[in-house]
Design a protein around this ligand. Structure first.
Ligand SMILES: Cc1cc2nc3c(=O)[nH]c(=O)nc-3n(C[C@H](O)[C@H](O)[C@H](O)COP(=O)(O)OP(=O)(O)OC[C@H]3O[C@@H](n4cnc5c(N)ncnc54)[C@H](O)[C@@H]3O)c2cc1C
Length: 438
């Protein structure tokens, strides 16, 4: 009985902890276990140093269509509501202004068009030109050729979130409920085994059992799925994201226009959630055969997850040798080179801050994470955004960007699915959820 739960959640990042929170607050599930392999919660992609800390709404992310932005914005609003109400006494976020900046005639035309399409969805978004930029973000204008066209879509409501602290907050509030909640830290899940009713989740000295299981283990979710025979048509392309620090040159978040085929690859400059004394530029994206950026043992997990059959090899070949992606990846690899990398990267930074000098940039050592981009072996191409796989009484979440921004929406959807697994006596308290989050 001790090891018997209604639901077991594997992975203590922002996805798993959000799910624990939603299940404990808005359902009648009584016994929940969360298992995390590290000694603390959120030590992988959800750690505040390892992601860009942005709450993505889709207003300044030019890779989103109106439909996608509407969906992401709805999901991000749940996190916004949480940090401003339930977690308001905790240091979970900082508010800065944010913008997407178009540089040069061609980009300005693109952004004007985007503004027309998006202004209904984001009424607080405002067009700002060179004069206003000079006041809001003077360093963007300083030293810039006066003939260069400039336009930004600006919003005063930019949220920088500490997703690590948010994960801790979810667990803290979940534990305040009258549910039986066990959080196992420093316990790696070694295997999941299908049983007649539900699954066994095997740890080193313990086996937990539950009729419903959620695997929210980031890139490792796909590995677990494959071991159980799910998601066999998927592979993974881990893309590491690293950063450079500069002294504070920006007052808020400044994104640039995303390039087609390269989701979230365009440079942006951000203040840190811990304080604005430095500006962080990035991400520098590089394909890496690891499921976790600083854990070299995950090379072997990558090999198992990527599953190099003919379809995977063809997919990897097609993606790697796509002319746009190939050129991009090559450039990004150069940016990470010790000593000389910043002399190449400074050119990208100068798009935002024309007066930036290479000597002002410092490679952010030990900072950055890995985005597990899902590869669809049938289309032999990347599948953008997060991915969800549903099995027999088990579900799996694979969460590249904007996984953290949509963690509560994901948790809501997953909670409902898990309740379906458990049967009719379990219910989701829709009314209370709406009350708290609307
Ligand atoms: C460079 C970069 C920038 C990003 N910027 C943003 C951004 O600005 N905004 C945004 O919304 N998203 C961003 N993302 C994406 C975001 O970080 C992720 O979507 C999010 O953190 C995923 O959370 P998660 O809980 O699903 O995964 P993770 O945070 O990776 O957590 C998975 C957990 O599972 C645990 N685990 C794995 N295997 C096992 C096992 N066998 N047993 C037990 N536990 C296990 C891990 O230890 C880990 O704690 C960024 C990502 C990167 C890499």
């Amino acid at each position: 009985m001790n090891n018997e739960y209604d639901i077991v959640i594997i992975g203590g990042g922002v996805s798993g902890t959000a799910l624990l929170y939603v299940l404990s607050m808005y359902t009648n599930v009584k016994r929940i276990a969360l298992v995390e392999k590290y000694d603390k919660l959120a030590q992988v992609n959800s750690k505040h140093t390892n992601n860009s800390q942005t709450l993505h709404f889709g207003d300044i992310e030019t890779n989103y269509t109106v439909e996608k932005a509407a969906k992401v914005s709805k999901a991000a609003n749940l996190v916004k509501k949480y940090v401003e109400t339930i977690g308001k006494k905790e240091p979970l976020y900082k508010k800065y202004h944010k913008m997407v900046l178009a540089v040069g005639e061609e980009e300005v035309v693109q952004l004007e068009k985007r503004y027309t399409e998006f202004k209904k969805l984001f009424p607080e978004l405002k067009k700002v030109g060179r004069k206003e930029l000079e006041k809001i973000e003077p360093k963007i204008v300083e030293g810039r050729d006066s003939s260069q066209a400039l336009l930004a879509l600006f919003s005063p409501n930019g949220y920088t979130i500490n997703y690590g602290k948010l994960s801790e907050s979810f667990v803290k509030h979940a534990k305040k409920t009258n549910k039986h909640i066990d959080v196992f830290l420093g316990k790696k899940v070694l295997q999941i085994t299908k049983k007649k009713k539900g699954h066994d989740v095997q740890l080193k000295n313990k086996t937990l059992h539950a009729p419903a299981v959620a695997v929210t283990a980031g890139a490792h979710s796909l590995l677990f799925a494959k071991q159980l025979g799910y998601g066999l048509n998927y592979s993974v392309l881990p893309v590491s994201g690293r950063f450079y620090f500069a002294p504070q040159v920006l007052n808020g978040k400044v994104y640039t226009l995303q390039k087609p085929k390269l989701p979230f690859a365009a440079i942006h400059g951000d203040p840190d959630v811990m304080g604005p004394e430095k500006t962080r530029f990035g991400p520098i994206a590089k394909a890496m055969p690891l499921l976790e950026r600083y854990n070299w043992w995950t090379f072997f997990d990558y090999l198992k997850t990527a599953d190099f059959d003919l379809k995977t090899i063809l997919s990897v070949f097609r993606i790697t040798f796509d002319p746009i992606l190939f050129k991009y990846m090559l450039k990004e690899t150069i940016y990470e080179l010790p000593l000389v990398g910043k002399y190449f990267y400074v050119k990208s930074v100068q798009k935002i801050i024309p007066t930036m000098r290479a000597r002002d940039l410092m490679f952010a050592k030990g900072i950055g994470g890995i985005r597990p981009q899902v590869v669809n072996k049938d289309t032999k191409w990347l599948q953008m955004g997060t991915a969800k796989l549903t099995g027999d009484n088990i579900l799996f979440n694979i969460t590249p960007s904007p996984g953290a921004s949509i963690c509560l929406k994901n948790a809501e959807d997953d909670a409902k699915k898990l309740l379906e697994f458990l049967g009719k006596s379990f219910a989701f308290d829709e009314k209370r959820f709406k009350q708290d989050f609307t």
